[in-house]
Design a protein around this ligand. Structure first.
Ligand code: B4P
Length: 193
């Protein structure tokens, strides 16, 4: 039978442009529903800090706003899923491109229950990221612009793929944290509690 995470886990992908509020809303979801939050960005940053052999490569890609190879991110996600002991996951900031998506489905055999898409205008995301100012290497204007470009070119096609399957729950993210969470709660409350 294996651990709970091996028995058909429920996965919700949380997507949206950089600064759309994915991390913020995931923290709220975890406080209210029984999900484990896995942030691709946080896992990659932890990997850099650990001084692993991939660390420098990951650091350079993040600095350039580029997408880290699928096998690296998927391994980190699988490890975190196993270690959590849970069977309900919010996967935040992944898949970032079609190749990520196809590789995740192939390697894990998991299809997401649905996809939360935080839709936010670029000017608002830029404002939020510039005022976040936590010394993150990718929160400078040059890298932010590259991340926007990668989002439009590579990540939006993933959202369109799931939209065609009726799996996308699109949320207007250009509102206050509380207002956005009211909408999010409606989605989780009706399907997953
Ligand atoms: P993203 O996934 O793009 O996420 P983020 O920039 O942290 O923004 P998020 O949407 O989570 O917004 P947050 O709640 O923090 O970036 C993750 C990073 O990870 C990437 O840039 C990259 O470095 C790396 N990464 C991940 N996967 C990768 C891969 N495969 N390859 C390479 N790199 C990868 O909110 C942002 C700010 O806005 C916060 O200050 C927050 O307080 C504020 N805010 C949130 N909601 C708000 C609201 N409603 N109103 C006003 N402010 C709000």
């Amino acid at each position: 039978n294996g651990s709970p995470a091996e028995k058909n886990p429920t996965v919700v992908f949380v997507l949206g442009g950089p600064g759309s509020g994915k991390g913020t809303q995931c923290a709220n979801i975890v406080d209210n529903f029984k999900f484990t939050h896995l942030s691709a960005g946080d896992l990659l940053r932890a990997e850099i800090k650990s001084g692993s052999e991939n660390g420098t490569m990951i650091q350079n890609m993040i600095k350039e706003g580029k997408i880290v190879p699928s096998e690296v991110t998927i391994k980190l996600l699988q490890k975190a899923m196993k270690e959590s002991g849970n069977d309900k996951f919010l996967i935040d900031g992944f898949p970032r491109n079609e190749e990520n998506r196809a590789a995740f489905e192939k390697v894990t055999g998991i299809e997401p229950a649905f996809v939360l898409y935080f839709d936010c205008p670029e000017e608002e995301m830029e404002r939020r990221l510039l005022s976040r100012n936590q010394g993150r290497e990718d929160d400078n204007i040059e890298t932010i612009r590259k991340r926007f470009k990668v989002f439009l070119e590579s990540s939006l096609p993933v959202i369109n793929y799931y939209d065609a399957k009726g799996k996308v729950r699109k949320i207007n993210a250009a509102r206050s944290v509380e207002e956005v969470f009211e909408t999010v709660k409606g989605i989780f409350g009706s399907k997953n509690e």
